[in-house]
Each structure stands twice: as structure tokens, then as C-alpha cells.
Write a protein that binds this ligand. Structure first.
Ligand SMILES: [Zn+2]
Length: 431
């Protein structure tokens, strides 16, 4: 592989508090040198490729710790190859794939299958997440040790909560042996049979069955208590309410190993988006109120939130074309996350560029315990290059993902990925 010199970029590395105008030299898939002195480095004339990145930001590769790649079993919605391609096009160098496939990732052979398909695709890295329970049925623990051995980085039954409290206790105890995070979809479904949106003003106005915010908060409470009992690393998936955030902040203050992620859609939209009965506003957890949205944004700023994750959930257009009660929950997120966050959070001055990069790379790398999240010399050259000034119009027809289910089609946004490198190799480029 040719050496590469990226020159003139704004280099942001939250792992070392670095924010400079500089350059970066990449060789053999790793960062060989980085610094302000390379900003106008002369042409080496030794065959090194040169990339003028003036006006662009170079960040440690973005990691989406919550995606659904649907393979095996639902290849009509997404495949590992199309999902990894969509990730690269969205500026992500790695994703963590949830286990709710068919069959679910509840044993080492499925974990190995996911890794093999990801290697064949050669786009973003894919970290498999094993299920907590066999068949995701919530009763018997899955082969967690064997999956970790095969490369699983965390466990989760995401899509479903683990309702049985003693199963959850044993799962948490077991994960401490491997020091991996247990990621929970925090929901209490018995509380709201048939619920399709947030319970409140809009559900009443629209005549749709509600899901109260307590559904998430009861589960977060219970699992924090179990994390305290077991010492497990407990991570709240797609945290959405002010009350759940408050509980996580309090657990962190007490020194528990509790972390959380929020999605771009919960940071940008509220349950008012449901008023046209658009099924692209149907997700789990549901879109909530403006007060919750503001609380989540404060959580990004004050450090309570560890990561922004998309919960990328591709569905076929025919499925999302059903009426609101029957359409599946979820939207795609890989190819809109960076632009949405740059436009709505960084461009508006709500988040600093460094904190944005931290939430997209250093934070999720730390939660998952994977490499990345840094531009240190010697680190793998996983790099997200983006243009904070580039104007884009979201066009779902151009997505690399097979899923077109997004509420953001037609949105005009400022800021977009430009080029994505994995181990020094270009896996996607805007040109
Ligand atoms: Zn979930």
C-alpha cells in the first residue's frame, strides 16, 4: 500500500484533546506521523500519495455501536455487505451489528458468519454483538463465552428487552467474566400492549395507543439495580427520556459502570412528527417530547451520554407502507447521522466539534472496548474525513442501504462525509 499524506486538515482527536490544523502520514494501514508541522509538508517525491484536505476535518473513524444489518435471514431488508457499504458512505469506519437476525446471533457459528461476510464486503468494520439469550427467547443464556471467543464485543437481545429479572441477573454476572458490556433495549412491554407512539398529547389527539415514558424508565431503574448488584457493565441502548437520562447520570455519579447512547432522531425530532401518521416517525423507543429532546441535548453536553448511535433499522417499503398501527418500528440512520448532527448540533453551536467527534468515535470505542477513537501514532488508520460546510439534500434513492425508510428525505443539511478510510484504505469517497 502506498504511503498517504493528508495535508491541511483540521485534525480532531478527543482521546488526546487535539484540535489543530495539520497533516497526517499514513503507511501500512497505520498512522505514521501526525502534527501541525505537516500542515504544509513539502511533497516527499518518493511515491507518497498526497491528499489536500484544506477545509476538511479529519477525525478518528466514526463507530456506530447500534445497527441492524438483517443478515442472516432478512436479506431483502439489508445485507452485511450493503449495510457495511452504507456505513462507509455515512462516514463510519465501524459498526456493531445487533443479534436479532434469523437465526439470531446466539452462537459462535453465526458470529463467525457475520465476520466472514464483513471481511468479504471489505467496507466498514463490523463488530458482532451476540444475543443475551438463546433464540432471543429471554429464558436461557446464549453461548456467550463461545461468541466472545469468536469475536463478539458485547451482548444484547435488542429489539426485545430481557423481561425475566433472574435471567438478566445471571446474564450480567456472566458478562463480568469477559468484561464486555451488556446492552439492553430498555422497555417494559406489559405496561402498554399495542402501543405505537409516545403516550401524551399527540397520541390522544391522533387516537393512537401510547407508550408511556415510564416503560423505559422502569427498565433502566431495574437494570441499574442489577448492575450495582453484579458489577456488570450495563449500557442503555437508544436512551430517549429525560427520566432515564437522570437515572443514568445518578448511577454514574455513584461510580457504577453504566453508559448510554442516544440516536440522532431523538435529538432532532419529537412526537409531533407523528401528526401526519407518517410511519417514518414510528420507532422504538418512540419519539418523545420537546422537554425530553432538550434533556438529551444537555446530556450530550454534560457528558452523561457516551455515544451517538443510529439504531439503523432498514425495512422494506411495503412494510413501512402499512398503516401506522401495523408498520414496523424503526428507520435507517447510517447515511444521515453525520449530516444531521453537523447541521443541527455543531452548526448551531450546541456541541463543539470535539465533543461531536468524541460522541461518534472515542466514546463508542470506549464503551465497546474496541480499537479506534484515536489518531495516535501507531493506531490503525481508520479515519473519517468530512466537510462541515458542504450542503447536501438527503436523497433516499441514493442510499447504499437497501432501506429507504427515513423521515429525513428532502432535508437540506450543512455538513457531510467526504472520504472514509479503514486501515488506510479508502472504502468510500464522495467523488
Ligand atoms: Zn432496541
Amino acid at each position: 500500500m502506498k504511503r498517504l499524506l493528508i495535508r491541511g486538515a483540521r485534525l480532531i482527536d478527543p482521546s488526546r484533546g487535539l484540535d489543530i490544523l495539520g497533516g497526517m502520514l499514513i503507511s501500512d494501514g497505520r498512522i505514521e506521523a501526525i502534527g501541525a508541522e505537516l500542515v504544509n509538508a513539502p511533497d516527499p517525491h518518493d511515491g507518497t500519495e498526497i491528499l489536500d484536505a484544506t477545509g476538511l476535518v479529519a477525525a478518528p473513524g466514526f463507530i456506530d455501536m447500534h445497527v441492524h444489518l438483517r443478515e442472516p435471514g432478512f436479506e431483502y431488508k439489508e445485507t452485511i455487505a450493503s449495510g457495511a457499504d452504507a456505513a462507509a458512505a455515512g462516514g463510519f469506519t465501524a459498526v456493531a451489528a445487533m443479534a436479532n437476525t434469523s437465526p439470531p446471533n446466539d452462537n459462535a457459528s453465526v458470529t463467525e458468519f457475520v465476520l466472514k461476510k464483513a471481511a468479504e464486503a471489505g467496507k466498514a468494520r463490523v463488530y458482532p454483538i451476540g444475543s443475551i439469550t438463546k433464540g432471543m427467547k429471554g429464558t436461557e443464556l446464549a453461548e456467550i463465552g463461545e461468541m466472545v471467543e469468536a469475536g463478539a464485543v458485547a451482548v444484547s437481545d435488542d429489539g426485545l428487552p430481557v423481561s425475566n429479572i433472574s435471567v438478566m441477573r445471571r446474564a450480567m454476572e456472566y458478562t463480568t467474566l469477559f468484561d464486555i458490556p451488556l446492552i439492553e433495549h430498555c422497555e417494559t412491554p406489559e405496561l402498554h400492549p399495542g402501543g405505537v407512539m409516545n403516550e401524551g398529547f399527540w397520541s390522544t389527539s391522533l387516537g393512537l395507543r401510547g407508550i408511556p415514558r415510564a416503560s423505559e424508565e422502569i427498565s433502566v431503574d431495574r437494570n441499574i439495580a442489577l448492575a450495582e448488584l453484579t458489577g456488570a457493565r450495563f449500557h442503555v441502548a437508544h436512551l430517549s427520556t429525560e427520566g432515564a437520562l437522570r437515572r443514568v447520570a445518578e448511577a454514574k455519579d455513584r461510580g457504577l459502570r453504566v453508559t448510554c447512547e442516544v440516536t440522532p432522531h431523538h435529538l432532532v425530532l419529537t412526537d409531533e412528527s407523528v401528526k401526519s401518521y407518517d410511519t417514518h416517525a414510528k420507532m422504538k423507543p418512540p419519539l418523545v417530547t420537546e422537554a425530553d429532546r432538550e434533556a438529551l441535548i444537555n446530556g450530550l453536553k454534560d457528558g452523561t451520554v457516551d455515544a451517538i448511535a443510529t439504531d439503523h433499522a432498514p425495512h422494506h417499503a411495503d412494510e413501512k407502507g402499512e398503516d401506522f398501527d401495523h408498520a414496523p418500528f424503526g428507520i435507517v440512520g447510517l447515511e444521515t447521522a453525520v449530516s444531521l448532527c453537523l447541521d443541527r448540533l455543531v452548526g448551531t453551536g450546541i456541541l463543539s466539534m470535539t465533543r461531536f467527534v468524541e460522541l461518534m468515535s472515542t466514546g463508542p470505542a470506549r464503551v465497546l472496548g474496541v480499537s479506534g477513537g484515536t489518531l495516535e501514532v501507531g493506531a490503525p488508520a481508520d479515519i473519517s474525513l468530512f466537510d462541515p460546510q458542504k450542503r447536501v439534500r438527503v436523497d433516499p434513492d441514493k442510499f447504499r442501504s437497501k432501506g429507504r425508510n427515513t423521515p429525513f428525505g428532502g432535508w437540506e443539511l450543512t455538513g457531510a462525509p467526504v472520504r472514509t478510510f479503514v486501515a488506510g484504505r479508502v472504502v468510500w469517497s464522495a467523488e
